[in-house]
Every structure is written in structure tokens, then in C-alpha cells.
Design a protein around this ligand. Sequence first.
Ligand SMILES: Nc1ncnc2c1ncn2[C@@H]1O[C@H](COP(=O)(O)OP(=O)(O)O)[C@@H](O)[C@H]1O
Ligand SMILES: N[C@@H](CCC(=O)OP(=O)(O)O)C(=O)O
Length: 394
Amino acid sequence: MRPDSSASARYSVEQSREARAGLVGAQRVVVKIGSALLTRDGAGLDREALAPWVDQMNALDPSVVVVSSGSVAEGMLRLGWKTRPQQLHELQAAAAIGQMGLAQAWETEFKRHNRLTAQVLLTHDDLSNRRRYLNARTTLRTLTRLGVTPVINENDTTATDEIRFGDNDRLAALVANLVEADLLIILTDQLGMFTDNPNTNPNASLISFAHASDTGLDAMVTGPGGLLGRGGMQTKLAAARLAARSGTSTVIASGRVDRVLERVLAGEEIGSLLVSDKERLLARKQWLAGHLQTRGKLTLDAGAVRVLVEQGRSLLAVGVSKVQGTFDSGDMVLCCNEQGAEIARGLINYSSAEATKIAGHSSAKIAELLGYTYAPELIHRDNLVLTDISAQTL
Ligand SMILES: Nc1ncnc2c1ncn2[C@@H]1O[C@H](COP(=O)(O)OP(=O)(O)O)[C@@H](O)[C@H]1O
Ligand SMILES: N[C@@H](CCC(=O)OP(=O)(O)O)C(=O)O
């Protein structure tokens, strides 16, 4: 393959330096740790390897969400299996057994710092269904707000072929989308993404910087993954592209490098940085604006229109005078002014039946009216996109 055609050759040093410097203020970071790194060639979890990552995560300012593989490898060890099973139900059994050890290992390490961890197991269905997507998002946000570190893996027990993520690189990218991470860090057993598989080509060189969308990268990552890893670099590139869709950049680096997380977040040139071409919030708003069918319509009073348009605030029930259509919480609804013109659209936290009951009332009354609350806002500003250009200049 093209050993000396490093993709970074096409980017200027300034571009790369500026992008690295941009990592310094990262607030929300998803760290994915692959089986290749976390397990010792199939001999179960390398518990000693966990300690330095946990020490770094604890010392860092940003709230960290961990996506950890390793359940199948640990399950295989506990079952005395030497080779990875082919049958899905055997893999599922191994994962269910190994997940006990995986969760325990993370919990034990974080406990040294008096930090709580939370196990979160997700399937594809959880993130493609809007209601579950919002639930997962709210739970993860609540956990990080409480100072608890979520440790995520695929829910291998219930996942069938159709609802599997299939690899945790992809899962980590979707989690980065979900929590609107500033950065996705994929730790693996190589220094980063090379121009060819370094296991088979000693001339391959490290790509330190590229745009995730760079099609020149595709030919460089065709080699298979390791003994226990699933997709090699191919799925890591796909993950970086997925994360880039919501404006999140990705660093692929070796988990064996000293203080790797600290150094990435200090803007040091380490591993491969694959940047997104899009600004983060804009990317999410584009996704909201373009990708979901609307299920209902809310009529907003003039005051609500003003705070949405002029101050970019969340929509509260008190500003809604009419609810039309039948929708569930998590559905996309239109927000119109009293003249019927569309002002915005967004993912609503309440169903049409609930919204009808609380419309016109203050957030403090939601619990009394419904007997419960999901959120103080009808539509949170992060889930709301202004759609009418002329209305924006009201
Ligand atoms: N261009 C490349 N650069 C780096 N590694 C590559 C490349 N192509 C293939 N690989 C392989 O990908 C492996 C990492 O992927 P994988 O084993 O799936 O790791 P993980 O378990 O961390 O997800 C490396 O050990 C290497 O053999
Ligand atoms: N849920 C599986 C994930 C396997 C997986 O994606 O592995 P990897 O490619 O090493 O991140 C496990 O924990 O073993």
C-alpha cells in the first residue's frame, strides 16, 4: 500500500496545530477502550491496565463517559474457552458472564478515588427509537451531573443481528452523538491510524491529522483487527465519520502510552486526530431540522416566540396555547406562532395527551397536573431548531 503517502502530508502544520489546540477546552469526552487493549490476547481482562486510565480520568476536568469492550474475552476466560465462539448465543452467554467481571473491574478502580460508576448496556434499538434515545440521553446526562462515570457496553444478551451495533467503535460514536461530546477518544493497541496495518507493513507511518471525511483514508485501513477486536481500523474510521456528523472530532491513540488521556486533552500531538468539518451545535441542529418527521403542532403565544427566537431559550408549557396532533414524548413537533407560521421544530419531552394537560401552566405545576414530571421544559433548547428565517428577525 502507500507507505509514505501519509494523509497528513496534505494538511498544513498550522491546521493540525490549531485543531490540537482546540482539544484543550473539551468538556465532555467519550473514551472507548477496545478488547485488543483491555484483554491480554484472550486471557481475560488486564486489570492492571485499567488503573492508570482511571487515575487519568479522575484527574481530568471534563466529564468522561467510558465505552468499554472486554465482556466476551472475560467470559471466555471464565468459561475456559480458548477460541472466540462463532455462534451468536454462545457469544451472548460469554458476554453476559464476562460483563460481571468487566463492571466489577471498572467499579473497583474508580472506587479508589471514591467515584461511583454506572453500568449502561445499549442496543441499536435504544438509539434509533426517539423515546429511548431521549431516555438514554437524559440518564447519561444525569449520571455525569451527579459525578458518576457511566461505563457503557453493547447489551449483547438481547441484541440479535438486526439490532447489534456489532462493534463498540460504532457504539462509542453514537454515544458521542448522544451526549454531544466535544471529543471521542478511541484507545487501542496501536499508536493510532497508520497508512497501512503496522502489524503487517513495517513501513506504515502514523497519520497524525486528517479530516474524518478524507476519502484517501479508506484504502489505508483495510487490514483486519486483532485476535479479539472486531473491526480493526476500518470501524474506527467509520466511527470517526459518524461522530463527525454531529461535529465531534476523534483521536485514535494507544492506551499503552504514558498519560495518554491527559496528553491528548493538553493538545499534544499524540495518536491520530480525525476532525469533523462541521461546527458541533450546528451539526446537531441540521440533523434535527432535516431528519425527523413531525407528528404534531404547538401554537406558541407571542412571549414564547420571542424567548425562543431572540434568546434561544427552551420552550416551556406556559407559552403554549394549543396542542394539535397525536404524538409521543421524543417525537418531533412543529412550533408555530399565533398566525400559524412555523417558528421552530423540536423533540418534545411529553406526549400530546400530557402536553394538552400542562399547556399554559408553569413548569412548577407539571407534577401536580400529571402526577410526575419528565423535565421542566416541554422542549429543551438543545432539541429545538429555529426554522423560519423571517421569524428569526422578529
Ligand atoms: N491502517 C491501520 N493502522 C493501524 N492499525 C490497523 C490498520 N489497519 C488494520 N489495523 C489493525 O487494527 C487493530 C486494532 O483494531 P482492533 O483489534 O479491532 O482493536 P480494538 O479491540 O481496540 O477495537 C490493530 O492492532 C491493527 O492490527
Ligand atoms: N460487547 C463486546 C464488544 C466487542 C467489540 O466491539 O470489541 P472491540 O472491537 O475490541 O471494541 C465485548 O465487550 O466483548
